[in-house]
Ligand binder design. Sequence first.
Ligand code: ADE
Length: 258
Amino acid sequence: MRIDVVSIFPDYLAPLRLSLLGRAQEDGLLSLAVHDLRDFTFDRHHTVDDTPYGGGAGMVMKPEPWGLALEKVLAEQSRMSAAEGTRDDAAVAPRRPVLIVPSPAGAVFTQAMAYELAEEPTLAFACGRYEGIDERVLQWAAEGFDVRPVSIGDYVLNGGEVAVMAMVEAVGRLIPGVVGNPESLVEESHADGLLEYPVYTKPSSWRGLEVPEVLLSGNHGRIASWRLEQQLRRTAARRPELLDGADAAPYGKAERSV
Ligand code: ADE
């Protein structure tokens, strides 16, 4: 997968070169390009913002640098997709590359969305700062991209960079080959619409606290039922609204009392 990020703080994205995603880049499973929005300005101060039309507090990101930066990203991604034949398959209608615009005013990012995005050959992210990006950038970008404003939760960050790190990590680890043991993706929180069960390791007794006996029993059937029960209890206690979700529905409502 190819990922392009445009930001005025490219160094913010440096941690995406570490750990599992760093290895994925070394192994050629993921190619990450971070672009500095200020490289697309021409004045002495590399200005990227201006006062809002209509008045009000704060500054708004100017459209001109965004237009140039996103044009470059689109051109590079189209060239790569054409070279790899990922988008121009004659049998399939060409899809527009996805451009995610992190924003507290976007649709909420979920594990289902992460799975969907992991199928894309390319992703682009436009990190806004200040009061946001001039709305015409999103209108214009929709000619070439499938533009999606996305929020990572109902709170406000100073800019899109931290949200991009969260989304790139959530999507990147779903690319086949990135996580060594794909089994671990199956049993984690949200994979089946429920929160994951509690986990324990050695020693079996620590500071007077014991590992639940069933986990030492070697009885795989009992262990599986105990884990499902724990998932349901946890989900009911911490995130009851998830029990109404599609995957959890077969046992969700009936198990409300656990
Ligand atoms: N930018 C500022 N707040 C944000 C949020 N909650 N999600 C995504 N991008 C943001």
